[in-house]
Design a protein around this ligand. Sequence first.
Ligand SMILES: [Zn+2]
Length: 265
Amino acid sequence: MLSFFRRLRRPKPDQLPEQTLIAAPLWAEAVAALPILDGLDPGKAERLRRLATLFLRDKIFEAAGGLVLDDTIRVRIAALACLPILGLDYDWYDGWRTVVVYPGEFVRPRSAFDDIGIMHEWEEVLTGESWERGPVVLSWADVKASGQRDGYNVVIHEMAHKLDMLNGLPDGFPPLPEDLDRRAWTERFTAAFDHLNERLDRDESTAIDPYAAEEPGEFFAVLSEYFFELPHLVMTEYPAVYGLLAAFYRQDPAGRLPSCHPSLG
Ligand SMILES: [Zn+2]
């Protein structure tokens, strides 16, 4: 019930008073640092600023590993985090509160029992992670490397997992709007996932990061990164997936971004 009432009290993005928005110079600094936002029409750019303002009001940022948090870091993360929900609504990010930021990669202890019952312990080095109904954890060094139109985007990756986990495990099947065919989603994503795995099994080099082939949840998250970073690549490699992602996110980044970023040659 608490979250129900909180949601009622929260203003809609377009109801936020102008003076409560992220300050114009700070916002301009974030936008200038993010080539993936190129080509947004003024209405969409303003909506993104308003969603990012809600994100900063709603989420609690925590520094870890000696990082000193500042507004540049908070606003950059908020701008990237809200791009996937630009065509949706802020309440897609309900149900969790905390964004933990490390200066760089961070280490997580892992342990598992093997087939004969011996426990193994190891450390995993991560750039980001997200917990179901729990925090999102990010490396600031990797946030800074995100949004540059090279296909890599740790914030969008983790936010895609967050959307995916709204209906349970991160399995590549987020809650779909009414007008999206669930069977088409499963069939087309499965076909693309299997195809990528077959290419990797044949030792082909692929334009898509092989990490996408790990499991369907990672495929959805990694393809979401490419969808916003290098949309024409997704259109070329997996056009059916591009169509589904465009329908899910209600955005068409290939329509607003140039097909080849100047820095890519
Ligand atoms: Zn992932």
